[in-house]
Design a protein around this ligand. Structure first.
Ligand code: BMA
Length: 890
């Protein structure tokens, strides 16, 4: 039972003359104590770390080596207590409940010594009955937390059977047995994150009193289940519940901003699910970012004039199309069709944006999600090792048109399957799906992250004689429990379910949910990581139907590192501190190898400058990697691009790993913990534009003398509208802005798809452009269409092999445009590669473009600050710039 106070007050006013009362138990007067001399008073919602930090009892957990140095805190038991008073009026009510919106995780709750309830799932809301005899005018609520780490260990011992992996990889510096506790899996560490395993009351907490005779109707959930094509009606499931014996009531439904209303007599018996029909003619569609508006309507439900509750809903159909292609082509398609329109998915993977959710502001979430929207993304995957996000997150994704691929919170592990665990999971799925299903942005559920692959490929070395049992247990958890619970509440055709990510989709179902190779590029989705190969080389990547994870690490900016240490010796590429923050084994070495093979290495003796340049190079490396991957996916997006020899192609989605960071570390993120966009994010913004030119050299980095090598030019159009334009490409040396050779092609496309615009002999072009034996040339293309343009650059050689000359970059004319925006003009004397503009200090925001290749003497870019800039005069001092040439200077 979760009641809205206003709703409740009004309703009771209507139904009876009594009312309900709530007593909030949040506030900054909670005491915490671990019986080991760590005590503090602080704020709930809050966890031990944030409370101790605010009370100055511990240093910043994100500084230095504190993630490990403070580890003892979560090995202890903690007691949270608060004193509160209750009025005589409150005590006069006959039914009292304690509501906990979220609690993390294992706790025993008493009020004045009376046992009230136990909790063991941070993904559930709890409502406990509080016996009236337990309450008095002066009260104490006590929440006894068990250590999540010790609890997980104990559960693993009780289970009496190893459930691998018992512990995370050593490099993660993490905690063990996380699969035995229903808690954010990555809170025990991940290959990009720390193990803080928070302990605390993380959501709203309050007492509520009502009279047993009062009838209260509550709106449990709203789901636009299906679209009835024949009758042009939306079929909407509405779940309502009541606290009392059977009765009937006349409910009125109103859809704001339409003329549609509906009245119905509802016979209640505790809970009831109604299906209402909303005519399509009454509503406009909700579209993903880039395809139309995100139209939302408020559906309100009232009982004889008294509002019960409402939900903001959006009308869209979702199909996950998995069809066969016909003779000669193996496999099946895997793509999303929204409102009858096939959509190429451009997105990324989302992880929790802080280890301590109570300090994540809605503003931070909004800026991160806006950064996704600005980069032309239309989907994010809520990854199964994190959390179900708060309500406001989904309101934002609805509003911004960011579709969500939503995993359930199981990742990279086998799990226990005893009855208690499964029943806990069942309740979790029902609770979370009911909470979330009204959101149009959620377009697919997935059972878990990578657990089908883990079983199919036996990642955890399960002995052969136990494999059948392991497979049965997999199905017991994700099919018989998660899927069955989901289908209990999320009915209809408007939101598909896949049992795992990655999976072969229908192919996995055919193999009883565990495909022989769930990473088959010809069906379903694929996760791909290939650190041993050259990540800039497009041939490194499989051509899949849908690439839902892939990516590479980079380092965050110096500004971000300065938040983590005051010790300058920590800030070198290979310091013990940086290695401490690198939670994926050998990644720093792999990054170094990749950087070394493609880019010039710094030569400066200034250690901090050297580190800054390594950061810059790591970000170029990540940006170029992401662009290579995206170009492969977009190039092969259309059905026409299926290779009849391999059946590969029709790649209809890319979600790279990962958009955001949980803390400051070397990770796959394109946006830093403090919201600064890495170069990768600017590249993503470019590579995800709807109409996009692609240039390839085949073979990759062919020798200039290779007479069979080809340069191919393509336009990929995602829009169904016509595209008319001209693609002009010029070959440059890095010594001059004068192109050595230029050629242009007219392009006319009447629909979405990939069009090959030109196919040219590379050796001939090189000769004509006088590029020399070791190709000192680079090609820059500009596609002008419908009064806009998009650029593309094709390297003929690795940047480290180019003779770089000083472009003489200058930042000029900083021109304020509005309280949040200013323009910067950059000038150069010669072409400049990877021009990076950085604003240090307190102004945070993003540039219109960055990491750019300059092939003209002057460009103007705009900076947009997230909040008003108070001191424009400082901006000159705070701006820094860099190009690849700077790395070659001592
Ligand atoms: C995938 C993800 C995460 C991981 C990432 C990078 O496997 O699902 O588990 O963080 O790769 O290794």
């Amino acid at each position: 039972m979760m009641f809205h106070s206003i709703v409740l007050v009004l309703l009771l006013h209507f139904i009876s003359s009594s009312s309900s009362v709530r007593v909030p138990l949040t506030g900054n007067d909670w005491s915490i104590d671990d019986n080991a001399n760590h005590t503090a008073q602080g704020q709930v919602p809050g966890t031990i770390h944030t409370i101790l930090l605010a009370a100055k009892k511990i240093p910043d957990p994100y500084m230095d080596f504190n993630d490990v140095d403070l580890r003892f805190l979560i090995h202890n038991k903690w007691v949270f207590t608060k004193k509160f008073n209750l009025s005589a009026d409150f005590l006069a009510f006959n039914d009292t409940y304690l509501h906990l919106q979220q609690i993390d995780t294992v706790a025993n709750i008493t009020i004045n010594g009376c046992p009230i309830g136990r909790t063991n799932n941070m993904f559930l809301a709890y409502v406990f009955t509080v016996p009236n005899t337990c309450l008095k005018p002066e009260n104490v609520i006590q929440v006894d937390f068990h250590s999540p780490v010790v609890y997980a260990l104990e559960q693993s011992i009780i289970y009496n059977r190893t459930v691998p992996p018992s512990c995370p990889a050593e490099a993660q510096l993490g905690e063990c047995h996380v699969q035995f506790i229903r808690k954010e899996p990555c809170s025990f560490s991940w290959d990009w994150g720390p193990a803080f395993a928070p302990i605390g009351i993380t959501g709203d907490i309050y007492l509520e009193a009502i009279n047993a005779s009062d009838i209260i109707i509550e709106l449990e959930s709203v789901n636009i289940a299906s679209f009835d094509v024949a009758n042009k009606n939306w079929l909407v499931d509405v779940m309502l519940s009541s606290n009392n014996a059977p009765f009937s009531s006349t409910l009125k439904f109103v859809l704001e901003n339409t003329t549609w209303t509906y009245e119905v007599v509802v016979p209640f018996n505790r809970s009831v699910t109604l299906q209402i029909k909303i005519p399509d003619a009454q509503v406009a569609r909700w579209w993903p970012n880039g395809y139309g508006d995100q139209v939302l309507y408020r559906l309100s439900i009232s009982n004889k004039g008294t509002m019960i509750d409402s939900r903001l809903i959006g009308f869209r159909t979702v199909e996950l199309v998995q069809h066969e292609y016909g003779p000669g082509i193996n496999g099946t398609s895997f793509y999303f069709v929204i409102n009858s329109k096939p959509i190429f998915i451009k997105g990324s993977n989302w992880i929790p944006s802080d280890a301590f959710q109570e300090r994540v502001s809605d503003e931070k979430l909004e800026r991160l999600l806006q950064s996704a929207q600005l980069a032309h993304m239309n989907m994010l995957r809520i990854w199964g090792g994190g959390i179900y996000e708060r309500d406001s997150f989904y309101e934002m994704t609805d509003r911004l048109g960011i579709m969500l691929w939503h995993d359930f919170m199981f990742a990279c592990s086998l799990y226990p399957v005893d009855d208690a665990f499964l029943s806990n999971v069942h309740d979790e799925v029902i609770y979370q799906v009911k909470r979330l299903q009204s959101h149009p942005s959620i377009v697919i559920w997935a059972g878990n992250n990578e657990n089908e692959a883990a079983v199919a490929q036996n990642w955890y070395q399960v002995p052969a004689d136990q494999m059948n049992r392991t497979k049965d247990e997999y199905r017991k958890l994700y099919i018989d429990t998660v899927m069955v619970a989901l289908l209990e509440v999320d009915k209809g055709t408007n939101r598909p379910f896949v049992s795992s990510s990655p999976s072969n989709g229908l192919g996995s179902i055919r193999e009883n949910y565990i495909a022989t190779n769930p990473q088959d590029p010809l069906q379903g989705d694929v996760h791909f990581y290939g650190y041993q190969d050259d990540s800039w080389n497009p041939n490194t990547y499989p051509i899949t139907r849908f690439l839902s994870e892939t990516g590479i690490q980079s380092l965050p900016s110096l500004d971000t590192w300065f938040q983590t240490t005051n010790n300058l010796s920590d800030l070198t590429f290979n310091s013990s501190f940086i290695l401490h923050r690198e939670h994926s084994k050998n990644q720093i070495e792999a990054m170094m190898t990749h950087i070394e093979s493609n880019l010039p290495l710094p030569v400066t003796n200034d250690s901090l400058k050297h580190f800054g340049q390594m950061i810059y190079l790591s970000q170029i490396h990540q940006a170029m990697t992401l662009k290579s991957i995206s170009d492969v996916c977009r190039l092969h997006s259309s059905v026409d691009m299926i290779d009849p020899k391999t059946s590969e192609g029709n790649t209809m989605g890319l979600m790279y790993w990962q958009i955001n960071d949980i803390w400051q570390a070397p990770t796959w993120a394109t946006i830093e913990y403090g919201l600064k966009w890495k170069m990768g994010h600017y590249f993503v913004k470019h590579m995800y534009v709807p109409v996009y030119p692609i240039a390839t050299l085949t073979p990759y980095l062919a020798n200039v003398t290779d007479e069979s090598a080809r340069i191919s030019l393509y336009i990929v159009n995602e829009l169904s509208t016509n595209v008319r334009g001209t693609l002009v490409c010029s070959v440059y040396g890095l010594d001059s802005f004068l192109p050595r050779l230029s050629f242009g092609n007219d392009v006319a496309m009447n629909s979405s798809g990939t069009q090959r615009v030109a196919d040219l002999p590379y050796a001939l072009i090189s000769r004509r452009a006088n590029c020399g034996d070791d190709s000192q040339c680079i090609m820059h293309c500009r596609f002008n269409y419908n009064e806009q343009y998009v650029r593309q650059v094709l390297f003929f050689n690795r940047p480290k092999n180019y003779q770089l000359s000083d472009p003489n970059l200058k930042l000029q004319a900083i021109k304020p445009i509005s309280p949040t925006d200013f323009d910067i003009t950059i000038t150069a004397d010669r072409p400049a590669l990877f021009v990076w503009i950085d604003i240090v200090g307190n102004v945070t925001g993003y540039f219109s473009h960055n990491g750019l290749m300059m092939f003209e003497p002057s460009v103007t870019i705009r900076f947009h600050a997230w909040s008003n800039i108070t001191d424009f005069s400082r901006i000159n001092f705070d701006l820094r710039h860099l190009s690849l040439f700077d790395v070659t200077l001592p």
